[in-house]
Each structure stands twice: as structure tokens, then as C-alpha cells.
Design a protein around this ligand. Structure first.
Ligand SMILES: [Zn+2]
Length: 271
């Protein structure tokens, strides 16, 4: 397959402060854990693709007003003006109008909150995820915000695995949510193959302990999805970027620098 991915930039969306076991179940129950909120800007010969959009930028001014007291208290976002997607794109001399496609791993509050900024883009998500986000079962509803899905936008709803563009594959990885997907980027210059796992793998500790994320709608499916991704990574010599791994995040080059393999990353104790 001829790749068209020319670059990847990691955009910094701030952090959340969550209870530890929502990341790795059963671990350090009751302790708080700081985790990054990540977005990935993928340069292609046909334009820019953004994978995930972080928190609703209204969180910068008032998390409780943006998210409600329950979610703001549970996830405790720390988002400064510099974490606004517009500011992050500005580091590269770009604006939301330069993004032609937004791909969501899933539609949770910390992945879909900036979507409304990209009015010129087509918005790609699994059909199952879109349907679920509009009407989740009550125990799962707290992580979805109706405000993240408004105003209406140009959706492209996909079913299962897809090559969405040359060099960009969607891998359906249900379990954290019913329609979760991960994004495989093939043959990226100075990176090779890379899997943006999203919340199919929250941290590399999930892999090391063979424990899927603590928040799931189907824990068995989540285990299979995690193993599918690690097998795919092994078979293709791909780097796995976990969804909320602070140690990995701190080691990765961030915008305005291009994401490339470095001495610090992905080497070291991340393996
Ligand atoms: Zn999530």
C-alpha cells in the first residue's frame, strides 16, 4: 500500500486527574492519577487529519459549567488556554480550517469535546459509537456529553475495520465503549508504523498486567481488543501509543516538533 501519511504531531490537550482504577482495574484503588489528554494531527498528501479532539475548550474557564459537577469532580480536568486545539494548531501555523477530517477513537468527553471547532471537516466515527453516544445505557451515560455532539456536523459513520485514507486504517476495538476504534498509521517518515490505541489501551501497564481499561461496557471484548492491538503491533513492528499514559506522553516529542522515534521514545522502560 502506498502511504500518504507525511507527518504526525502530538497535540497537548492538558490533563485529567482520575481515580487510579479507572485506568488499570484493581490497581491502587482510591489513589488519584494524572493522565494526559492527547490529540494527533496527521499530515497527509490530501490534507490534515485530526485523531481525537480533547476536552470541550469551555473547560478552560469553568469545568463545572462545561461538564457538570459530577463529571468535573470525577475527572478533574486541568486545561489551560495553551491546550485549546486552536492554540495547539497555531504552534504549527495552522487553524481548524486546515483540518479536512476528524477521526474519533470514541465519543467520550475527553476525546470528542473539541469536535465542533472543525466545521469544514468530515467527522469519522464507528456507527455503533455514534448511536451509543446519542443514547447510552444509564451506567455509561456519564462519560458522554450531549453538548459534544452539537451542533450537527458532517458525519461519516463506518462499520468495522476500514482503510479510511491511504496509510490510515481504522481498527474496531470495542469494549471500553461499544464502538471504540483505534487508528493505525502506516509507514510514517521517521516513525514507521504506529497505532493510536485510544482508550482500548489506557496505559502500558494495561498491557503488562493483561488488564483492560477499568471503564468498559464489555470487559471481555476489551480484553480481546487489547490483545488484538498488541498482536497487530508485534506483527507489524508498530509503536503503540496508549490513550492516557503520562510516562509515555512525557517522553514523546510534542508540537511544534514532529513525532519521531527518539532515544527516549519508544525505547526505555516503556517496553
Ligand atoms: Zn474513554
Amino acid at each position: 500500500m502506498k502511504t500518504s501519511v507525511t507527518s504526525v504531531h502530538l497535540l497537548d490537550g492538558g490533563t485529567l486527574d482520575v481515580e487510579s482504577s479507572v485506568v488499570v482495574p484493581g490497581r491502587r484503588y482510591g489513589r488519584r492519577l494524572t493522565v494526559p489528554v492527547q490529540m494527533f494531527l496527521v499530515g497527509t498528501s490530501g490534507g490534515y487529519v485530526l485523531v481525537d479532539t480533547g476536552n470541550d475548550p469551555a473547560v478552560i474557564d469553568d469545568p463545572v459549567a462545561a461538564w457538570g459537577p459530577r463529571l468535573a469532580g470525577a475527572a478533574r480536568p486541568r486545561m489551560e488556554p495553551r491546550h485549546h486545539p486552536v492554540e495547539q494548531l497555531g504552534l504549527l501555523g495552522l487553524s481548524p480550517a486546515d483540518v479536512t477530517m476528524v477521526v474519533y477513537t470514541h465519543l467520550h468527553h475527553d476525546h470528542a469535546g473539541g469536535g465542533r471547532l472543525f466545521t469544514d471537516a468530515v467527522h469519522v466515527v464507528q456507527r455503533t459509537e455514534h448511536r451509543w453516544a446519542l443514547d447510552p445505557d444509564p451506567p455509561a451515560a456519564g462519560a458522554y456529553l450531549p453538548s459534544d455532539l452539537s451542533p450537527p456536523r458532517s458525519w461519516r459513520l463506518v462499520d468495522g475495520d476500514r482503510h479510511v485514507l491511504p496509510g490510515i486504517s481504522l481498527v474496531h476495538t470495542p469494549g471500553h465503549t461499544p464502538g471504540h476504534q483505534s487508528v493505525m498509521l502506516w509507514d510514517v517518515p521517521d516513525l514507521g508504523n504506529i497505532i493510536v490505541a485510544g482508550d482500548a489501551i489506557n496505559t502500558h501497564e494495561n498491557i503488562a498486567t493483561d488488564a483492560p481499561p477499568g471503564i468498559t461496557t464489555d470487559a471481555v471484548a476489551a480484553s480481546f481488543s487489547m490483545r488484538r492491538l498488541t498482536a497487530l503491533a508485534d506483527a507489524t513492528d508498530a509503536i503503540v501509543v496508549a490513550g492516557h499514559d503520562l510516562q509515555q506522553f512525557q517522553a514523546m516529542p510534542k508540537a511544534p516538533d514532529r513525532l519521531v522515534r527518539t532515544a527516549r521514545w519508544p525505547a526505555g522502560d516503556l517496553d
